[in-house]
Write a protein that binds this ligand. Sequence first.
Ligand code: NAD
Ligand code: UFG
Length: 340
Amino acid sequence: MQKVIVTGGTGYIGSHTVVQLLGEGFEVVIIDNLLNSEASALDGIEKITGQRPLFYQVDLLDYANLQDVLALHKDAVACIHFASLKAVAESMERPLWYYRNNLNGMTNLLEGLRSASVEHVIFSSSASVYGNTTVLPITEALPARNAVSAYGISKQVGEELIDAALVEACFGSAISLRYFNPIGAHSSALIGELPKGRPNNLMPYITQTAAGIRQQLTIFGKDYPTPDGTAVRDYLHVEDVATAHVKALMRLLNGKNEAAHEAFNLGSGNGYSVLEIVQAFERANSIKLNYVFAERRPGDVAELRADASLAVEKLGWTAQRSLEDMVRSAWAWERKARGL
Ligand code: NAD
Ligand code: UFG
């Protein structure tokens, strides 16, 4: 059994990836400080897979503790690094916190991997590395040097840290996956997105509004140069995102990578507006959502859409699940998590 270390593994995308790794026969060790997740994600993972991964509640900023954990798992073949703060707007208000958590945490991890002799790394990057581009759809050929938010900059620099760690031979090869907008939940409704506090992202805000936890959804901006005036994003199902990690891991383990550090966009290539998401949610779940329009959110762009053909070609991956799957599974999860 090959062992994989997963940072941020109790989080939203991490937990779905852990389920698939276990399903593929990998042994998984999770490191997470539970800053934005609950240990109960481990129960969900166990119910789905019949296996409970080893879990360490450790902060990546705590270098000594992190080193101790990594030293126990020198036999791991790879590390998938999800752990980070991830809210764009919050990162504009508290940029130093974002830099410290995401970059100091990542530097600690990458240095720690050198002594742990882990060979391969997969990094959760983001479409935010492309900044305010108007070139659509976005290919990897667009320079990943234009991030505008502290969050986006932390991902852009995160990719640079991977290159730096390769120079210092902390590990042998890496893949950065630049996700567009993952939404939805596992088909079992046993794991899903459960952000702490007020959600920043659209889908948890929608499901919490439907559940009555939030009074109404605020749609930020209705004057964008898009067909209905609301901002367009490339939404893809979180289970598809998880699958891409397994494919990326296999590519590294099989030595199929063409460079020491590769980067791939993960998107469906379809753009949906905020209003289209709201309407799809209402239609698929027979629910009427309360919503109001407000000013644009600072830092937001009109439209982001991926060209994911490189991932199709090199990873053999495509986003398979429909928008209906995404909005249905998101609501099924919220209902189950809230006991509704
Ligand atoms: P999440 O918040 O659900 O998961 C991140 C996990 O990392 C959480 O469980 C949190 O507790 C943990 N964490 C944060 N800082 C830590 C630290 N210092 N030490 C240990 N654990 C720490 O977020 P997610 O949506 O699952 O995102 C996973 C990754 O994907 C992140 O790196 C995020 O930036 C990236 N990403 C997410 C999206 C999205 O829309 N969800 C889009 C692009 C990229
Ligand atoms: N939105 C609302 N109301 C809300 C929340 C969001 O109208 O309550 C709108 C936003 O203004 C935006 C769209 O819904 O137009 C999507 O917003 P999200 O916050 O869900 O997602 P973002 O596109 O801002 O950012 C997400 C992740 C980032 C990632 C980025 C890459 O949060 O981590 O996708 O595309 F980098």
